[in-house]
Design a protein around this ligand. Structure first.
Ligand code: TIU
Length: 216
């Protein structure tokens, strides 16, 4: 089985039971005028993930391995948006890319560079974690998936929430450090440390360039 030099220890995975999870690489987080920038963030902090993730995605797809994309967002009538989230003001507001984090709007969709291919799963999620109120668990069970290579944005929000829960559900998660991003350099650094600390309390961390699909 392929083994990756990772923190806190080598990560071994069976490709046939491993999926690449691409979390929320949406215009609303990565392009100006969306949710991220409206919160006062500098979207360029996230954009450095695009090239390494596109390259890794190409390798993964070429090997015929499964890819699962997620998108954070809500129904146009906001019926799936908890009042506490709505009260913070931005969800559903009009913007240059359409209503912020609303399904079907231009800004809600995945950036062109990482557009899902036909046959790849796209999981729409109303929360930060990819398991809450979604079909993700069922998808993983049907596909016989036991391990996840985790990418996307943002490291300390949707990536962390998802990895923590995946770990509780028994999935082994390798977070690809160069393919996850935060608006806050400090959160990026500490967020990754928190995954691998304490003997890999939530999972493993490595750069995508350390992953080869061949036997080691
Ligand atoms: N604000 C922020 O850092 N992230 C989010 O709101 N959602 C995701 O991380 N996808």
């Amino acid at each position: 089985m392929p083994t990756v030099e990772a923190l806190p220890a080598p990560f071994t995975f069976a490709p046939e039971s491993t999926a690449l999870l691409v979390i929320d690489m949406q215009r609303d987080f990565l392009e100006p005028g969306g949710f991220g920038e409206s919160l006062g963030n500098d979207v360029s902090q996230l954009r450095r993930t695009i090239a390494p993730l596109a390259a890794f995605l190409a390798t993964w797809r070429a090997a015929g391995l499964p890819v699962i994309h997620t998108r954070e967002g809500h129904r146009p009538d906001l019926s799936d948006c908890p009042p506490a989230k709505l009260a913070r003001g931005l969800i559903g507001r009009p913007g240059p890319n359409g209503r912020i984090l609303i399904r079907g709007e231009y800004g809600h969709d995945i950036i062109d560079e990482l557009r899902p291919r036909p046959g790849e799963a796209v999981v729409d999620k109303p929360g930060k974690g990819a398991f809450y109120a979604t079909e993700l668990q069922e998808l993983l069970e049907k596909g016989g998936i036991r391990s996840l290579l985790v990418t996307g944005v943002t490291t300390e929000v949707c990536v962390h929430t998802t990895v923590r829960e995946a770990n509780d559900r028994g999935y082994e998660c390798l977070v690809l450090a160069d393919c996850v991003g935060s608006y806050f350099p400090e959160f990026q650094r500490v967020g990754l440390q928190m995954i691998a600390a304490q003997g890999g309390i939530f999972g493993w961390v490595a750069d995508s360039t350390s992953v080869t699909l061949k036997e080691q």
